[in-house]
Design a protein around this ligand. Sequence first.
Ligand code: TA6
Length: 298
Amino acid sequence: MQDLPDGVVVRPGKGQLDRVSVDTAACTGEVYLHGAHVTAFQPEEQLPLLWVSSKSAFAPGQAIRGGIPICFPWFGPMRTDLDFHQHEKPPQHGVARTSPWRLTDVRRSADAVTLSLSPASHDPFSKWWPGKFAATLAVRFAKTLTVALRIENRGTTPMRCEAALHTYFFVGDVNQVEVHGLEGVEYVDRVRDLQRFKQDNTPIRFDGEFDRTYVNTSSPVTVIDPVYKRKIVNQKVGSNTTVVWNPGRVKAEPVIGLAPDEYKQFVCVETAAATDNFLTINPGETHTLGFEASSETL
Ligand code: TA6
């Protein structure tokens, strides 16, 4: 690994898992090599943008609860209509987030730091998926957060997969939040037996479990948080699916494993290529799925 620029250190973090920490005049941030998992980003003089459960595991083979889990090469339950090998119970959301990644490049320009990471091995993936791929996660910590997952087809046949950046945004009280930008968009409702509906022309509000996959939308999404008096904007690239999720009070502790009332502290707005919008990457081609997230005072 190259010498690290000022403001970037790699040392054991929670669970003794290697963590890259960034600290510049613009922001602070951190990424675990485990799953290339971004777990923190805080712009100077602003609140943290991301949330992580106080009860999250930090252990090999287990997903970190919060931050930005990478869902790849499938999203949600593994599909049977794409190219995956059917084995014993496949893990939810693919294997990227529970696999080891390695830091491949670190760049600093003024107060912005860009980290690049790639899977340490393809073995966890090839157990389930024939894709001959190369993947890089690029994370740019600056006044805003930019995250991009580049997936290249190094094989000789088209490669079909799903991907999502499953971002947990930090909010004051999910029951007081509004999510704008998906008005009129079709969605698959995981709370109503995967039935399809169309979002009406009002912003999303939360009152209990909410789990919708909005399809055929590349629109930016804005989270309005009246408690912290800020808005968070999520601008996407290479993504035609937006997933919005919060487990609600009933499932939060027994099913998702959160601490009491933690469910109120986040809303997931997930930049995805999934469901109707799964990816077909032809030989030699690369698909980039990503977002830029920013927050500003209301
Ligand atoms: O993105 C929404 C979702 O698919 C929900 O259905 C819920 O399962 C959530 O992801 C969390 O999944 P995880 O495997 O991290 O517990």
